[in-house]
Design a protein around this ligand. Structure first.
Ligand code: FES
Length: 131
């Protein structure tokens, strides 16, 4: 998808992918999504989403704005990698909820745009009905 000229990913996470999220939390800069500018309040939760299985995120690294690469398979970036997004430009790593790994050049988690569900299968991005 594209929103305001920016790429947006919509990722359906499997139950197995969701089970892997807690394992990476000790390695993350902001596991609880405390930086409020990076997501609406309704996405400030463990999955950073409205529906746990559906991640909606701006696909731009919060370092210099490159598009990270999707590496969902465990071990695909490095031993112990639980799956997530890797930005090859300067090595920022994000988990499958777009949460940045500590020590990455990227300072914050990926941005979750305002959005809402119009139906079970349709998401409106850019308008969450909150004005
Ligand atoms: S732009 Fe992603 S690590 Fe630099």
């Amino acid at each position: 998808m594209e929103w305001r000229g920016r790429p947006v990913w919509i990722l359906r996470r499997t139950p197995e992918m969701l089970e892997r999220l807690p394992a990476s939390e000790p390695l993350l800069s902001d596991p609880a999504s405390a930086v409020s500018s990076q997501q609406p309040e309704y996405a400030r939760n463990a999955t950073r989403s409205i529906e746990p299985e559906v991640l909606v995120t701006v696909a731009l690294c919060t370092h210099l704005g490159c598009i990270p690469t999707y590496y969902p398979e465990p071990g695909s970036v490095q031993p112990g990698w639980p799956g997530g997004f890797y930005c090859p430009c300067h090595g920022s790593k994000f988990d499958l909820a777009g949460r940045v790994y500590r020590g990455s050049p990227a300072p914050t988690n990926l941005v979750i745009p305002p959005h809402r569900y119009l139906s079970a299968t349709t998401i409106l991005i850019g308008d969450d009905g909150k004005g």
